[in-house]
Design a protein around this ligand. Structure first.
Ligand code: FAD
Length: 415
């Protein structure tokens, strides 16, 4: 049956649901509160650097199957670019030591037996220490399953888990960390190739989806914030956007793909995460092309990851709550100094921008993870999507797109 579906929120979860449903022939109306789509995954023109930059560097991995399938469905899979193999360059700013972690393609981890491929100062046996994460309960913290110290932890496990969970690993959910290890290191190099949207998040993951939706006859309405739902028994009967009230017919469906806070406001009584964690990104305009690995991990610094883009070097610092109120120019200077030390780039502070996303992700602790709802609500024609719903992953594009796909599947299953 062809239904009318109202998708509320045009972040990647809402876009994924909308694209899947429109491709299946449903009439889709996408409503977005702001003037632009993309939510926490978007590009914008920045006057300080005179460049179009992303709100944050977003790293995907080749094993992010839902994200890649989504990109394929909107024709932009080739826009997710990275090295041919699962290679991660690192530098330790304290010792100036440099190394490259190079996973072999298949799931049997031959790389941990090769000095030239594993983390320097570690033995193959050390990697077995990660196994307890795979059997972790969702109620456990990472430091209850593994020792959060030692060379392997400092040089690989901490950077990986901090980036994935956006929280200092010891306090993070061991269940979510186990999911990350299962889908990355354990799946082998074929699943771990780092990928970024080289031409920008909006160009690769957002605008083509909007174009596809319009070509399928979907409507996309910006500055159309949902303020209230009206119910009739166990169904949503109307949606109120400012002065505009839209009836929801007997067979129509609504998908909330809004952040946790907005979802709980619209649907009182809904259980959802209440604590969030921030990410800081710094962007520096650079004129000349540099020989910098596509992704460079930094240990023992303020900086955690450096990504080269055309005309810019961009830095990610996760779990950055401590930096939210620091003076911006001091941060820019300190970060640039570390970028120079890590990359060998020289020169005075170039034009820069710092983007601080305070509510970048839900805080990936066991307690907050336990608050995540599934897609089904008490209302028969209302489903939930978003990175904060129970996807089994931390707040990530992959989790977000999985949640959008899952909400679409709930519609397909309706009689
Ligand atoms: C700085 C930063 C770096 C990140 N790095 C990575 C990374 O490296 N890798 C990775 O996988 N993930 C990363 N993430 C996480 C990733 O961006 C998010 O998981 C994902 O974008 C969330 O998408 P979403 O659709 O679930 O939610 P959102 O993007 O929050 O989308 C929700 C949308 O709903 C709209 N909305 C809200 N209320 C209403 C309303 N009442 N009516 C209509 N619309 C409404 C909002 O405006 C928004 O557009 C990062 C996030 C940030 C902020």
């Amino acid at each position: 049956m062809q239904r009318t579906i109202h998708v509320i929120g045009a972040g990647v979860s809402g876009l994924a649901a909308a694209v899947k449903l429109a491709n299946a022939g449903h009439r889709v109306h996408l409503h977005e509160a702001t003037p632009l789509a993309g939510g926490r995954c978007r590009s914008f023109y920045d006057a300080a650097t005179d460049l179009t930059i992303d709100n944050g560097n977003h790293l995907l991995l080749s094993g992010n199957h839902h994200a890649l399938a989504y990109a394929r469905s909107i024709g932009t899979e080739a826009g997710l670019q990275g090295p041919k193999a699962a290679e991660f360059a690192f530098v330790d700013l304290e010792t100036q030591k440099r190394w490259m972690v190079r996973l072999n393609r298949g799931p049997i981890p031959f790389w941990i037996f090769r000095n030239s491929r594993r983390v320097p100062g570690t033995r193959a046996f050390d990697y077995l220490a990660l196994m307890p994460l795979l059997r972790a309960k969702n109620s456990e913290r990472i430091d209850q399953r593994i020792a959060c110290k030692g060379t392997l932890y400092e040089r690989l496990v901490r950077p990986l888990l901090l980036a994935a969970l956006n929280i200092e690993p010891p306090e993070g959910s061991a269940g979510l960390a186990g999911a990350i290890v299962r889908e990355t290191l354990l799946a082998g190099g074929g699943a771990c190739r780092p990928l970024v949207a080289r031409d920008g998040l909006s160009a690769v993951l957002v605008e083509p989806a909007i174009a596809l939706l319009k070509s399928k006859g979907a409507t996309v309405t910006f500055e159309h914030e949902l303020h209230k739902i009206s119910t009739n028994g166990d169904r949503v009967a109307a949606l109120t956007f400012g002065n505009d009230t839209v009836p929801v017919g007997a067979d129509d469906v609504v998908i909330f793909a809004v952040p946790a806070k907005q979802a709980t406001t619209l649907l009182p009584g809904l259980k959802a995460p209440t604590e969030f964690s921030s990410i800081l990104n710094a962007h520096f305009r650079v004129e000349t092309a540099m020989k910098i690995p596509p992704i460079l991990g930094v240990v023992n610094g303020l900086v955690e990851w450096i990504f080269p883009f055309p005309h810019r070097l961009s830095v990610t610092i996760s779990g950055a709550d401590r930096l939210m109120n620091e003076p911006r120019d001091e941060l820019a200077r300190a970060i640039w100094q570390e970028v120079c030390a890590a990359t060998g780039v020289q020169g005075n502070l170039p034009p820069w921008q710092i983007v601080r996303e305070r509510r970048a992700t839900f805080a990936a602790t066991p307690e907050q993870d336990a608050l995540r709802p599934g897609p089904v609500t008490a209302l028969n024609n209302l489903f939930l999507a978003g990175d904060w719903t129970a996807t089994g992953l931390p707040s990530t594009i992959e989790g977000s797109i999985r949640s959008g796909d899952r909400a679409a599947d709930c519609v397909f299953k309706m009689s």
